[in-house]
Ligand binder design. Structure first.
Ligand code: HEC
Ligand code: HEC
Length: 361
């Protein structure tokens, strides 16, 4: 078991190195490209990185809503007002407590600095309207006056406390430290054309929008994610939980989804199974189901060969709550792991219920 695990970890490092190597090479190629030299096939372009890591949720062309409430990165009002710095911090640090992982290496994610820049360039490539210079001044609204407006017009989508529901969260600390008052104000006033986000300036007036902006500002919750210490081991225990245990008796929905309560009961009963965390490794480091292995949706190839192909149940989970885990479970079934399934409610609900999670010391 030990040896298998080391292979798992080594595999991970090798993949990381391969990615770093690819990035260094691609800078050269861009220059070469000017002289008409074809780019080698193994170099990751911004589009390749985007398709590999982001399209699952934000859609192939940034149209959004491929999974749950991942916003439209190609939306023109968004692109006109989101600075590169805003995008960079969102990508590198993610949004704790939502399906948006921290993708930067310094937070345990897969992306190097230069790769993040390539992604920003790729996303910027969708912008067809001029960038809007927004005032940096505070918006002088009244949060208390904004509250009833918020409850009436916003809470159904963004959640009563801005925790996000059918729409992105508005309470996240990282969002608040990078979104200016006028970024928020503009989103409320003008909306996001082609997405569920309406424009409110006509209906609620300039004062209403100012008050809402102040109210949104008051929703900030929690702290920012700290980078994990560099030598945190990715995974310590065996791949199979309770290797000597009996297989659990799962009753699946649609032959694919297993309710969280059944997985919790299986753990409590000491049943034999594999639990696979389909999110980016940064999320795994932050908190995971006890005994789970990291099996990010973009690295199934890497890990699949190490799993037992003997009918052992493999429960994949993510936060989305089905997109990443669904991709992993499908990929495993295609490779002959017939008992690969998806944790139905996702890990955020698992945590909300107070089911056990492992956090770094
Ligand atoms: C598993 C689904 C998922 C994946 C994969 C994902 N995102 Fe996200 N992303 C989200 C969700 C959901 C949000 C909204 C988070 C919230 O509620 O605050 C988000 C938010 C963002 C934001 C902030 C947008 C804003 O208006 O505040 C940016 C920028 C972003 N993602 C870029 C990316 C990039 C680039 C990648 C690939 C490296 C990526 N995302 C991968 C789900 C995902
Ligand atoms: C019908 C659902 C819905 C309602 C109602 C709604 N929103 Fe939104 N809102 C969204 C969605 C969806 C997005 C993301 C749009 C995108 O893809 O860019 C969003 C985006 C935003 C953003 C930008 C967030 C970011 O990270 O870029 C702000 C700020 C915001 N909404 C505030 C409000 C406020 C304040 C109200 C009430 C006056 C409100 N919204 C009402 C669905 C809604």
């Amino acid at each position: 078991m030990r040896i298998r695990l080391q292979q798992l970890l080594l595999g991970l490092t090798a993949a990381a190195l391969a990615v770093v190597g690819a990035t260094c090479g691609s800078n050269l190629t861009q220059q070469d490209g000017k002289d008409g030299v074809a780019a080698p096939a193994n170099i990751a372009t911004g589009d390749e990185l985007y398709q590999r890591y982001c399209a699952l949720c934000h859609g192939k062309a940034g149209e959004g809503y491929a999974a749950d409430n991942a916003n439209a990165l190609a939306n023109q009002q968004f692109l006109a007002t989101a600075s590169d710095a805003f995008l960079r911090v969102a990508i590198v640090r993610g949004r704790v407590g939502t399906p948006m992982s921290a993708w930067g290496k310094q937070f345990g994610g897969p992306l190097t600095g230069p790769e993040v820049e390539k992604l920003i360039e790729h996303i910027r490539g969708w912008q067809t309207v001029p960038t809007r210079e927004l005032p940096s001044a505070r918006v002088a609204g009244d949060a208390a006056r904004g509250q009833p407006l918020y409850d009436q017009h916003c809470a159904s989508c963004h959640g009563p406390k801005g925790e996000g529901k059918l729409a992105p969260s508005l309470n996240n600390a990282i969002f608040h430290s990078t979104a200016s008052d006028h970024f928020i104000r503009y989103a409320i006033a003008d909306g996001r054309t082609g997405t569920p986000m309406p424009a409110f300036e006509k209906a609620l007036g300039a004062q209403g929008v100012d008050d809402l902006t102040a109210h949104v500002r008051s929703l900030r919750q929690g702290g920012e994610r700290k980078p994990p210490s560099r030598d945190v081991p990715v995974h310590k225990g065996p791949l199979v939980i309770n290797p000597q245990g009996k297989p659990p008796k799962f009753e699946l929905r649609d032959d694919f989804y297993v309710p969280a309560a059944q997985v919790k009961a299986a753990l409590d009963a000491g049943a034999r199974l594999v639990i696979a965390d389909a999110r980016a490794e940064s999320d795994y480091l932050e908190a995971h189901i006890p005994g789970a292995i990291p099996l990010p949706f973009y690295a199934v190839e890497q890990y699949a060969t190490k799993l037992p192909k003997d009918g052992t149940w493999i429960v994949a989970y993510c936060a989305c709550p089905h997109a990443a885990s669904g991709r992993v479970a499908h990929a495993l079934r295609e490779r002959g792991f017939k008992n690969a399934v998806v944790l139905d409610e996702g890990v955020l609900v698992w945590m909300q219920r107070g089911y056990p999670v492992t956090k770094p010391e």
